[in-house]
Design a protein around this ligand. Structure first.
Ligand code: G6P
Length: 372
């Protein structure tokens, strides 16, 4: 097993180090001359894609958070309404599906029973089903009309990391393709956004280097009982993913919140010393929610929170209010999550390791849940 880990202390450490590659391989051959090419969508037919009036993304766990990010990008670029549903919630409430609904399932393993049952249900109801999957020939892709394979490579650690960034990449490619088919994106926009994607692997490499100090941070926090994660817009799914990793790996009570919800409840949890990770959007974007997130930070800081901000390199406005800043490289707003999630993956792993836990095999969890 040591050889399989390639010198890393765990499969998870190895798999996080492969996040740049997971994105790069998922893009390989799919961005050519600044255009998106997804021949695997042909079985759906471009006329089908031109006519769908709604997309429903179904997934469980980390894959569902990738799906939430997909929603932000697909809606923005294609103007098609997108809902994201947990497979098990979707399947058992008589959901509304028509032949103009595109169901997109996301599953690393392609074997998650809840998602498989939802896919079968959707096809039987007449919807078109596209799957995003990391495992060639798995059951879910076989039950779907078309598949976009993520090429993250085999993922061994129970908690998903590199598959997540690959799933987001695949969904963004889908969003760009839909923007082209629907005429809602110009050629220039497709070129700009696909170039952004191509630049991501190198930026994740930078984040991996900049995140080396997180081990230390984790070491100081082995007695921590509760950690909160805040993010707005595309930072929200990142917050949820950061919290999930901490629960799964370090057995610490953790919650992710939309920062805008703070005053609707979560702020009551803030007491002196409460650790809060905040995913801060870029200050450069004119539509950026940056000022709102900075004011959220001030609100929790005033109540004694210990703030760890994940913020764009050079974001001076955050510095006075954060106890720690983890810098990420510059990227377009929709692309920041692919960078911001990386330190959170590392943090979950490091904190679990600092507590002496098995990061690859957390208690009570399975890599792929093949029972309902
Ligand atoms: C399990 C794993 C998670 C994973 C989820 C969905 O709960 O522990 O890491 O996100 O299943 O798995 P899938 O293979 O469908 O992506």
């Amino acid at each position: 097993a040591a050889a399989e880990k390639g010198g890393w202390s765990s499969f998870m450490a190895k798999e996080i180090s492969e996040e740049p590659e997971a994105v790069a391989k998922t893009l390989l051959g799919r961005v050519v001359d600044h255009k998106v090419r997804l021949p695997e969508l042909e079985p759906l037919g471009d006329d089908v894609l031109a006519n769908i009036d709604r997309i429903v993304i179904i997934a469980c766990g980390t894959a569902a958070y990738a799906g939430m990010l997909g929603k932000y990008a697909i809606e923005k670029w294609s103007r098609i309404p997108v809902d994201v549903e947990l497979s098990h919630e979707f399947r058992y409430r008589d959901p509304i599906l028509t032949e103009r609904t595109l169901v997109v399932s996301i599953s690393q393993s392609g074997e998650t029973m809840d998602t498989l049952m939802a896919v079968k249900y959707a096809t039987a109801a007449g919807a078109r089903v596209l799957s995003v999957c990391n495992t060639q020939g798995a059951t879910i892709p076989r039950e779907s009309h078309a598949v976009i394979y993520t090429h993250a490579g085999p993922e061994v650690a129970v908690a998903s990391t590199k598959a997540f960034v690959a799933q987001v990449t695949a969904l963004y490619l889908l969003g760009l393709h839909l923007g082209e088919v629907r005429g809602t994106l110009t050629e220039e926009q497709i070129a700009e956004y696909s170039d952004e994607l191509v630049a991501i692997p190198e930026k994740i490499e930078e984040v991996l280097v900049a995140s080396q100090s997180i081990g230390q941070l984790a070491h100081w926090m082995t007695d921590t009982q509760s950690v909160l994660f805040l993010g707005r817009n595309v930072g929200f799914p990142v917050a949820l993913e950061g919290a999930l990793k901490l629960k799964e790996l370090a057995y610490i009570h953790a919650e992710g919140f939309a920062a805008g919800e703070l005053k609707h409840g979560p702020i009551a949890l803030i007491e002196p010393g409460q650790v809060v990770f905040v995913v801060v959007p870029s200050p450069r974007d004119p539509d950026s929610l940056h000022p709102k997130v900075v004011s959220n930070i001030q609100e929790i800081r005033a109540r004694g929170a210990r703030v760890i901000a994940i913020a764009e390199k050079g974001d001076a406005a955050v510095l006075p209010f954060a106890d720690e800043v983890i810098p990420i490289p510059l990227a377009g707003s929709l692309f920041e999550p692919l960078l911001a999630v990386v330190p959170l993956h590392i943090f979950g792993m490091e904190l679990a390791a600092a507590k002496g836990l098995d990061v690859d095999q957390p208690r009570n969890l399975a890599k792929s849940v093949t029972v309902e």
